[in-house]
Design a protein around this ligand. Structure first.
Ligand code: FRU
Length: 486
């Protein structure tokens, strides 16, 4: 069967439904990736944890399903740790998954969510659910109480979980006994939708300084419509998080519609903070037009903080390992582009990396890049100098009719730095990830063009454009090893 949407280098399930990344942990030379998975349908249903491993975050090996739903409920999102000190007593270097059981009884509309653990002593291949579950029982008065992110901090375990428009914190000596240690939210940031899938981590600043970043999924009403991800910058004292910005400050991690439930790896061996997100939107996730599989993940991104005149902001870059996929490369330097001139005429590709630095002068008019260009189809990333706005238009990108929100034009403020803007764009058959100005603004989008739409065009609408530099890298297909699937 033709599967022309299947990405060349983004993670997808071999078949059926995927949503959030879960249980991200590095252990013994492997990055583990678990994910919300429904093995019996291409729409969301009883959740399992799918499993894959990679040595470099680029080439993934699919492994058997790790966690199955049972009489206690569905296995919702969560995280995983290596219990280096055997605090739980599950064995030397046990991998421990911390997840939410969701027990939704449709009859009385009651939902019960609680936090639970399971452990593996064979590198995440087989799992035993802890007999003493739940480790954090349902508090009784909350409908939404899920998605525990656990990590080790100094001398204890920390759990952050989402509850309505709050993130609740718990601490534990042994992963089995947890006590409430604080909360954050109740009016901070965007509260347009239910908060989900929190993540909390420390990022270095210059010198010995650092800050803590709390990322939170907002289930609806996010920046680009539907679900999206916000973040807070502040402090964590080992018990709870405080924001250094006023309540009203809303910071979006990504300004496109398809970036949700990001989670970062525990124990990353090089000390990097690497996060990966589900590349979809709850508005239309169940309707995207792929056939045998549905749902994919972003390119893993390395996170850092930068000081701006408005305060500290997150920067995101594709991990350096992306370079492993680069094959042929074309480089241009100091080109002048006019409306009649398409520098990229003759280049055809549906999986590539584009890195452009463009001078923005007083007279510069609308310019940009058309990708997935074919018969009546194009996806346009363009910049409007008069407005200092970066746009992404996917209204003619291919299949768009499956949901009314999908065609909505996206825009985000972007100012030139040193007189130019820089656009790094990952194009992969059914997606585009834009990292503008060294990752200070990102736009993540799914698109569904036909397989014949592989043209490219670099354009300026009027006058001329000075291109400081342009690099195009053709990216190899990251062959996922499927032999170990049962
Ligand atoms: C986020 C989410 C989580 C939940 C999971 C269920 O996308 O709604 O809150 O645990 O998906 O699949």
């Amino acid at each position: 069967m033709s599967d022309s949407y299947r990405p060349a280098f983004h993670f997808t399930p071999l078949s059926m439904w995927l949503n959030d990344p879960n249980g991200l942990v590095y252990y013994a030379g492997e990055y583990h990736l678990f994910y919300q998975y429904h093995p019996h349908s291409t729409v969301w249903g009883p959740m399992h944890w799918g499993h894959a491993v990679s040595k470099d975050l680029i080439y993934w090996e699919h492994l058997p399903i790790a966690l199955y739903p049972d009489e206690n409920g569905l296995i919702f999102s969560g995280s995983a740790v290596i219990d280096w000190n055997n605090t739980a007593g599950f064995g030397k270097e046990a991998m421990v998954a911390i997840f939410t059981y969701n027990n939704h009884t449709y009859d009385d509309k009651k939902r019960v969510e609680d936090q639970n653990i399971a452990y593996s002593t064979d590198h995440g291949l087989t799992w035993t659910k802890y007999a003493g579950n739940p480790v954090v029982p349902h508090p009784g008065n909350l409908t939404d109480f899920r998605d525990p992110k656990v990590f080790w901090h100094k001398d204890h375990w920390v759990m952050a979980l989402a509850a309505g428009d709050w993130v609740l914190f718990y601490i534990s000596p042994d992963l089995k006994h947890w006590e409430s240690s604080g909360s954050f939210g109740g009016g901070y940031g965007s509260t347009s939708g239910v908060w989900e899938t929190p993540d909390l981590f420390q990022l270095p600043l210059n010198g010995s300084d650092s800050r803590w970043v709390l990322t939170v999924g907002v289930g609806s009403g996010a920046y680009a419509g539907g679900s999206g991800t916000q973040y807070f910058v502040g402090d964590f004292d080992g018990k709870t998080f405080t924001s250094e910005n006023p309540k009203e400050t809303v910071l979006w991690m990504d300004h496109g519609p398809d970036f949700y439930a990001p989670q970062s790896w525990n124990d990353e061996p090089n000390g990097r903070r690497i996060s990966i997100a589900w590349m979809s939107n709850w508005s239309y996730a169940r309707e995207t037009p792929t056939e045998t599989w549905r749902g994919m993940l972003t390119m893993p991104r390395e996170l850092s903080l930068t000081q701006t005149s408005n305060g500290l902001r997150l920067l995101q870059k594709p991990i350096v390992e992306l370079a492993y996929l680069r094959r042929d490369h074309i480089h241009w330097q100091d080109e002048v582009i006019t409306p009649k001139h398409n520098l990229l005429a003759g280049i055809q590709s549906r999986s590539l990396e584009i890195d452009a630095e463009i001078a923005v002068l007083n007279a510069t008019k609308r310019f940009g890049i058309r990708i997935f260009v074919g018969e009546g189809e194009e996806t346009i990333i363009y910049y409007q100098p008069e407005e200092s706005l970066l746009y992404l238009d996917r209204s003619r990108s291919g299949q768009v009719d499956f949901h009314e929100d999908f065609s909505r034009l996206q825009s985000v403020p972007l100012s030139p730095v040193g007189g130019s803007i820089r656009l790094r764009i990952l194009v992969d058959r059914c997606s585009v990830e834009v990292f503008a100005n060294d990752g200070s603004v990102t736009l993540t989008d799914c698109v569904f063009p036909s397989a014949q739409s592989h043209g490219l065009k670099f354009f300026v609408e009027e006058g001329y454009l000075h291109l400081n530099s342009l690099d195009i890298y053709f990216l190899e297909h990251a062959d996922f090893n499927i032999t170990s699937i049962k």
